[in-house]
Ligand binder design. Structure first.
Ligand code: AMP
Ligand code: GLY
Length: 412
C-alpha cells in the first residue's frame, strides 16, 4: 500500500484527500497542515505548506511514496525542485514553470508568442508611463500586479481616479513587492474554469466548472476566494469546449515545453466566453478552490495512478468521469472576505446527507469550530442542476452555526 502526503489545508486539499482515499492502492494519507475534516480521512501534520525543508524531512522520515501539492505558494517556494533533488516523487510544477501563474507578464508574453487568445496588453514598471497609457484608453481599465498578491493583485478601475490609486499602490508604494503592472483590455462574458492534468505535451482534461467569486447573491459584493461552484455548464457548447481544449489548454502545454519549462501537475485555465470567442483571463498552476470540490467527486479512475504517472513523466490512461453534475455551496464566516471572528461551534454535520468538504475548521476539546473565512462546502451530485441545487440547499439547512452565511443562488 502506498503512503501519500498532501500539502495544504483547505477544501481543495480535502477533496484531494477524499479522492485518494477511494484508491485501493493508497494506505496511509498525511496532510500538512490539514484541517478538522481532513483529519477524519488523513493524519494531519502540523507543518506549513511553504516549510519545504520540514516537509522534505517528514516525507523521508515517514516513507512517503508520493507527495501532492495543493497551494501555489508551495510550488512558488520550490517544493517540487527540492523534493525531486532529494529523489522524492511529487505531483506539481517546478518553481520555474509556476511562472505561468506567479508572473502575469510571463503568462501574457507566452500567450502572445504562441497565439493563445487573451486580452491584448502592455506592461509597465514606471508609474507615469502606466498612467499616461491608461488615461489614453477606454474605461474600465484592467490592472494586474505582476506577481503573487494573495488574490488582491487585480483591479478593475472604473475611472481615472481609481486607476491612479491602484497604480500608485502597485508602482509607487510597492504594496505587493517590486513587480511590474500589466494593463489589459476589459473583456465581457461568462467565466469558467478548465482544469487539466498536464505532463509535458500530454493534457488530460477534467470536467468544466464555474466558480462564483462575489460574496453575495446576484454576483454583488466584494471578490472572495469563491462562494460556490458547479459542473455541467449550460452556456458552454461541445464546440466551445473543443476550442478551449485544443487552442488554449493544449497550446499552453506545448508552449511551456517550447520555452523549456514543461508542466507537470495541474494547469487551470481561467477562461471567459466573450462575444469574440473564448479567451484566457489567467492561468493557474494548481487545482482551483472551490472548483476541485465539484470536479474530483466525478472522477471514476484511480487518482493515485494519475498523480503518480504525471509526476513520473509517464503516459496514463485517459481519466474517466461520471456523467453526473455536481454543485457545491460554501459556508463562510460572517464578515468574510473582510475581517471575521473564528471559534464558533458547528453542529448538525452528522445529519447531512451530502459530501461536506472542510475549508477552515478546527477540532478543540471534541467540538468542531470555525477557523477561517471559508469554513465548509456542501457538495451534491445528480442528473441535472435543478435537482442538485435543491439537494444542496436542503442539506445545508441541517448545519447549525451562529456565524455562517452562504449564497442562495449558486448556478443561478
Ligand atoms: P485574475 O486574478 O486575473 O483571474 O482576475 C480576477 C478577476 O478579475 C477575474 O476573475 C475577472 O473576473 C476579472 N478580470 C481579470 N482580467 C479581466 C479582463 N481582461 N477583463 C474583464 N475582467 C477581468
Ligand atoms: N477559484 C479560484 C481559484 O482557485 O483561483
Amino acid at each position: 500500500m502506498k503512503t501519500v502526503l498532501v500539502i495544504g489545508g483547505g477544501g481543495r486539499e480535502h477533496a484531494i484527500v477524499d479522492a485518494l482515499s477511494r484508491s485501493p492502492q493508497v494506505g496511509k494519507i498525511y496532510c500538512a497542515p490539514g484541517n478538522a475534516g481532513i483529519g477524519l480521512q488523513a493524519e494531519n501534520v502540523p507543518l506549513k505548506d511553504t516549510d519545504v525543508e520540514g516537509l522534505k524531512s517528514f516525507a523521508i522520515g515517514h516513507g512517503v511514496d508520493l507527495t501532492v501539492v495543493g497551494p501555489e505558494a508551495a510550488l512558488a517556494a520550490g517544493i517540487v525542485d527540492a523534493f525531486r533533488a532529494a529523489g522524492l516523487k511529487i505531483f506539481g510544477h517546478t518553481q520555474a514553470a509556476t511562472a505561468i501563474e506567479s508572473s502575469k507578464e510571463f503568462a501574457k508574453r507566452m500567450m502572445s508568442k504562441y497565439g493563445i487568445p487573451t486580452a491584448s496588453y502592455r506592461s509597465f514598471s514606471d508609474y507615469d508611463e502606466a498612467l499616461a497609457y491608461v488615461s489614453s484608453r477606454p474605461f474600465p481599465a484592467v490592472l494586474k500586479y505582476d506577481g503573487l498578491a494573495a488574490g488582491k493583485g487585480v483591479v478593475i478601475a472604473a475611472d481615472l481616479d481609481e486607476a491612479r490609486k491602484a497604480l500608485a499602490d502597485m508602482l509607487l508604494d510597492h504594496a505587493f513587492g517590486q513587480g511590474k503592472v500589466v494593463v489589459e483590455d476589459f473583456l465581457t462574458g461568462p467565466e469558467f474554469s478548465f482544469l487539466c492534468f498536464v505532463d509535458g505535451e500530454r493534457v488530460y482534461p477534467m470536467p468544466l466548472s464555474q466558480d462564483h467569486k462575489r460574496a453575495f447573491d446576484g454576483d454583488k459584493g466584494p471578490n472572495t476566494g469563491g462562494m460556490g461552484a458547479y459542473t455541467g455548464l449550460p452556456f458552454i457548447t461541445p464546440e466551445d469546449r473543443d476550442f478551449a481544449f485544443k487552442e488554449i489548454m493544449q497550446k499552453a502545454a506545448s508552449a511551456m515545453c517550447s520555452e523549456g519549462l514543461p508542466l507537470s501537475g495541474v494547469l487551470y485555465g481561467g477562461l471567459m466566453k466573450t462575444p469574440q470567442g473564448i479567451k484566457v483571463i489567467e492561468f493557474n498552476a494548481r487545482f482551483g478552490d472551490p472548483e476541485t470540490e465539484v470536479v474530483l467527486p466525478l472522477l471514476k479512475s484511480d487518482i493515485y495512478d494519475i498523480f503518480e504517472g504525471v509526476s513520473a513523466g509517464r503516459p496514463v490512461a485517459e481519466p474517466v468521469w461520471s456523467d453526473y453534475v455536481t454543485l457545491g455551496v460554501v459556508l463562510a464566516s460572517k464578515g468574510y472576505p473582510g475581517s471575521y471572528q473564528k471559534g464558533f461551534e458547528i453542529e448538525g454535520l452528522d445529519h447531512v446527507d451530502a459530501q461536506v468538504y472542510h475549508m477552515g475548521t478546527v477540532l478543540r476539546d471534541g467540538r468542531l469550530l470555525t477557523n477561517g473565512g471559508r469554513v465548509l462546502m456542501v457538495v451534491c451530485r445528480g442528473k441535472n442542476l435543478a435537482e442538485v441545487r435543491s439537494s444542496v440547499y436542503g442539506q445545508l439547512s441541517r448545519i447549525r452555526c451562529g456565524n455562517l452565511f452562504f449564497r442562495k443562488d449558486i448556478a443561478h
